[in-house]
Design a protein around this ligand. Structure first.
Ligand code: AHR
Length: 495
């Protein structure tokens, strides 16, 4: 099979937003306790944070981390997590039927974030709480000294710039679930109050938990009609898995993500048009990943109130990594509207990083496309043309075999292409004409993630079983040419 790309440095979608390479730390399972934080671990630092995990987070190139939930946040009392640790209460977490010790609260997390060199996106509880608590936590986090809560914090304000106005409020599973009208009013009033405290905040309203939610579209329209002037972005969440073993559809998951993004953009723009507003609402794709959700849903929810139980510690395959790489391609392609994105989650819980108690931390297969995309995507995202054969899928009909995106840095001349071959059996011979970039481009690096065994995984015993390998790339007659193996993700940089 043959495919080609049409690249032109003048056709720019938007600058690459570093916030595309976000992640998510929820007080769920072993993401916080036993993930980023394990004081008894030999690699723990004086604050109890695992330095082996921190090193992997930095290597992954994570830019922003959403915290503290997730479904957890809709029953969370942030003030339980401040002050002397010995005085902090143990609480029930209704979302995951576990116990929250509050040993890690917002001050500890901000310390971790500084060590990891990541920005924090803070999610507010609009499930069981409302405007006053949002103002209180904002005062604690961001107010300069001289008020009751700022003085309880002590030290400099954290200066958090992005706040999520609740989590998945459209979902009946959410503690304090609301109708779109109830939520839209609450989001608008919370945003109005927060803005009067700090006008420059970036505020994100809850969109749909998935594009297959029965209220998808209508939810966004109602919420934005009520909160358009008060918010900057609306969230999108999506998790993908091979449903009933349907690999061809699973490999095309990014088709669904593309459709999700264009649908939310169109809905937001239509509300903007009705309101005669010149303002544009962006998308915060603040939960996305591969998640074997139906396996999780098939098991009865344990009501055992354990501390940091093992929950959804999915072990990712080669095929999962290719899909993750493709989802990043989709997010980058929409950089004009997707201004932040968070892979969910960071450690242990459906995560690219796994960590065992008193044992090692390692990279799952999905770590690699994320780390390489974060490192290599620089400058501007290009609006590229793709010529590709197609294949049939059960869920999305006919889809292109090849998907790709490119970034170009006018300052350095670097051109990077990210490409996926979704075909189950056949390689793709890819041609990328380079004439538009002038003469003299050379190959700096080229990587492919591929394995004949699509089910191969990285484990504690074999942590590097799946890793990107150097790809062969030929530059001839003004074009780059390479072979993309069946079910593979590839990135190459020219300069
Ligand atoms: O990431 C796991 C869960 O998925 C989050 O808590 C929730 O927001 C979503 O449904």
């Amino acid at each position: 099979m043959f495919a080609s790309l049409n690249l032109d440095p003048a056709r720019v979608v938007a600058p690459v937003s570093r916030r595309t390479f976000g992640s998510f730390v929820e007080h769920m399972g072993r993401c916080v306790y036993g993930g980023i934080y394990e004081p008894a671990h030999p690699a723990a630092d004086a604050d109890g944070f695992r330095q082996d995990v921190l090193a992997l987070v930095r290597e992954m190139g994570v830019s922003v981390v959403r915290y503290p939930g997730g479904n957890f946040v809709s029953g969370y009392r942030w003030e339980d997590g401040i002050g002397p640790v010995a005085n902090r209460p143990v609480r029930r977490d209704l979302a995951w039927h576990s116990l929250e010790t509050n040993e890690v609260g917002v001050d500890e997390f901000m310390r971790w974030a500084a060590k990891a060199d990541v920005e924090v996106m803070y999610a507010l509880n609009l499930g069981t709480r409302g405007v006053q608590e949002a103002l209180d936590v904002h005062e604690y986090l961001n107010q300069p000294e001289g008020t009751a809560l700022a003085d309880r914090r002590g030290g400099k304000p954290y200066g958090i710039g992005m706040f999520c106005l609740g989590n998945e409020m459209d979902g009946p599973w959410q503690t304090g679930h609301k109708t779109a009208h109830e939520y839209g009013r609450l989001a608008a009033e919370t945003a109005r109050a927060l803005r009067s405290a700090e006008p420059g905040l970036e505020l994100i309203a809850c969109g749909s938990s998935h594009s297959s939610m029965p209220t998808f579209g209508a939810w966004e329209a109602t919420v934005l009609e009520l909160a358009y002037d008060q918010v900057d972005a609306i969230s999108a969440h999506a998790y993908y898995e091979p449903v009933d073993g349907d690999l061809p559809s699973f490999l095309a998951s990014a088709v669904d993500m593309d459709h999700f993004i264009t649908s939310v953009t169109a809905t937001a723009d239509s509300v903007g048009a009705r309101l005669k507003s010149k303002k544009r609402i962006n998308i915060s794709f603040d939960e996305w990943n591969v998640w074997y959700l139906s396996e999780f849903q098939a098991r009865p929810t344990p009501v055992d109130w354990a501390v940091a139980p093992r929950v959804i510690e999915d072990c990712y395959t080669v095929a999962d990594a290719v899909v993750v790489g493709n989802l990043l391609i989709s997010l980058l392609r929409h950089s004009d509207r997707v201004t932040a994105a968070c892979q969910a989650q960071l450690v242990n819980v459906i995560a690219p990083i796994r960590a065992e108690p008193t044992g090692p931390a390692w990279r799952q297969t999905t770590f690699h496309p994320f780390a390489l995309t974060s490192r290599l995507a620089r400058g501007e995202v290009l609006d590229i043309g793709i010529t590709s054969p197609t294949y049939d899928t059960e869920r999305f009909g006919e889809v292109p075999v090849l998907d790709a995106v490119a970034t170009h840095d006018p300052a350095t001349g670097d051109l990077t292409v990210f490409a996926v071959n979704r075909h189950r059996t056949d390689p793709v011979e890819l041609t990328v004409p380079l004439a538009a970039f002038g003469a003299g481009l050379e190959v700096v690096e080229a990587w492919t993630l591929h394995d004949p065994d699509l089910t191969a995984t990285n484990t504690q015993l074999h942590p590097d079983r799946v890793a990107p390998r150097a790809a062969e790339l030929a530059l001839a007659d003004g074009s780059a040419r390479l072979r993309l193996p069946a079910v593979s993700w590839t990135a190459f940089r020219l300069a």
